[in-house]
Design a protein around this ligand. Sequence first.
Ligand SMILES: Cc1cc2nc3c(=O)[nH]c(=O)nc-3n(C[C@H](O)[C@H](O)[C@H](O)COP(=O)(O)O)c2cc1C
Length: 324
Amino acid sequence: MSFFHPVNIGNVKLEGNLFLAPMAGYTDRVFRALCLEEGAYLAYTEMVSCEGLARDNEPTKDLAVRARGEKNLALQLFGPDEDTAQRSIETALKFKPQIIDFNCGCPVPKVTRTGAGSALMKSPATIGKIVRVLKESTGLPVTVKIRTGWDTKSMNYLECAEEAFGAGADALCMHARTKSQLYTPTAHWEYLADLKKHFPDRVIIGSGDLFCARDALSMFEQTGVDAVSFARGAIGNPFIFRQTEQLLKGQEPQEISADRKARTLLRQLEELAAVMGEDRACREMRKHVGFYLKGVPGSVHVKRITCTAVTVDQYRQALKILDS
Ligand SMILES: Cc1cc2nc3c(=O)[nH]c(=O)nc-3n(C[C@H](O)[C@H](O)[C@H](O)COP(=O)(O)O)c2cc1C
């Protein structure tokens, strides 16, 4: 069987196994819509606070809004325990998600100090309790995102997976690094292979160091995961999904011209402006520009202009430099 294939997460049938990973500050509804248009088969929201949802907090709720054309809303929640998860459900369901994901991987101290994110890996039984509550109270497919462990001395991904699946999780995504490793050095894909070996009949999603189509092919080859989840590799590069599908189907991945990158960047900015207003969108978009234009001749000038730009037209004018 080809590495590219449909995958089911509970009753949600996905036509392909190339996903956008949850990324706080990046996988907003505009970027998710773009990635889905460009070939992602599922796009996770950024992590959304259970406590914020339980308190009906408006900025928190804004993160849970469905993207344009998003058939399957995969809402990622984070919180420290099953009670907080339970209190968030009523509000979470108002957004009509198709999949609930639970974050057990965030390494940020503000989150782990509360017992949430990767701190949950220190208490695998709590992961099980949370999954049980989510499954029973929502009736939706539940996925869980973990790391390999808190640090190299306490790698307990198998135990955490056992708890999650034992409580009814429909899929598990593992970022193949410990909490202490944050985002470097290289991810240890051998632990993804080990996880899949221990749970051959479960849906395992791989994450870590997927920066191009060939990385995804290598992860499939080396680990046997059922799906891959692109994170940093998709920022400023939503084309990575279709390129990967092409490669997995034995085709040459399509090269993306500077013009197409510029047009896609502008489209993302225009849609962001419609959602949050022009000034805020222009500021927000600055962090994406360098990723879109990496290696593009003339991009230094564009970056210089856009780092102070506050109108869409300033971006448009700056990007014209790439035409000449
Ligand atoms: C800026 C940023 C924000 C992230 N936010 C989240 C998040 O909200 N929830 C989550 O489960 N993982 C989050 N992650 C982790 C990614 O989903 C992914 O597992 C990780 O970046 C490894 O993949 P990569 O090496 O291909 O980037 C984040 C990563 C980055 C770089």
